[in-house]
Design a protein around this ligand. Sequence first.
Ligand SMILES: *Cc1c(COP(=O)(O)O)cnc(C)c1O
Length: 367
Amino acid sequence: MRNGQAAVTRGGDNPGVQRETETTRGRSEVTIDLGALRRNVRRLREVAAPAALWAVVKADAYGHGVGDAARTALAEGAAALCVATAREGAALRARIRRGTRILVMGPFDAGDEAVAQEYGLEVAVSRLPFPDGLVVHLKIDTGMGRYGLTAEEALSVPSDRVAGVMSHLATADEPDETFAREQLEAFAALAARFPDATAHVANSAATLRFPEARHDAVRCGVALYGLDPFGHDPADQALAPVLSWRSRVARARTLGPGESTGYGRRFVAERPTRIGLVPVGYADGFRRGLTGTEVLVAGTRRRVLGTVSMDSFAVELGDEPEGADVTIIGDGVLAEEHARVLGTINYEVTCGIRTQSERATRTTLDG
Ligand SMILES: *Cc1c(COP(=O)(O)O)cnc(C)c1O
């Protein structure tokens, strides 16, 4: 399959063939491995037990495709789904089996009431008062300093109006545990005042790291997708990346000494240098700051050279031919590596990949 595709693209001297390749296959392909997702769900369920695992699928499942991610997580025993907005919840409702719990974790506002009712969404309330007739989780600010009720406000709510109490940790992934432990203590004290409500506070990092954070349910996002919440190798946590992203060398060429590639002439060849042009750029989510990061070209690690363009980047080549496979993420190249080059986190890397049909295609594999 890979070879066949390379052969077609190698016919790139014929513009007709080239156009057909890009139209039918896309300029790059994102592949979602649902088998890896299943194994990550199982791993997190084991870690969290006896707490329930709630699958966080906001932002199109961190760029992985919300429908398949949600259905797979549920099939592996996730007990509920969590999204950021009521509109995400409404869109998700039609795609999953009836009766599945969906929690909107973002701040509830008055405009969400009708949507929550119509689509059967549970809501996180971070301001008083709130309307009757909704399934409400009190979102308590124990130190995140964003949306959330104070402890006093939370305690003023009659417990029979509350399905859940929740909070969110600011530093669960950071080396210093002090603040996270303070938040967890504050949360545990409040949760004890609502003994019939479901208590939930742990994100992926806290689920893996703090047993006392697990309570009744954990809300895991990033780890489901085989991304390490601590920014290292997900294998350290027995997690496997779900997403891979591949393209190919659309054009190979040689720069002579003193010749450059791309905007700003940020890479100038000192000696004859073979480069490959890959039809993926920052408009696809391959960010402009990725100069110097590594991708695989036909299985060999190669550096990205010069400035990343909107629709293209350049990579150093050995003797790999035009049409050679390029793995941007996958086959051992981690989203975490690109994040490090960018000075950001793996979450931002996968959330930024654009898969609408004019650019990359997204394929789902099960196994
Ligand atoms: C996004 C989010 C999560 C999931 O966090 P991960 O680090 O991806 O596991 C959990 N809780 C809340 C409130 C969130 O917004």
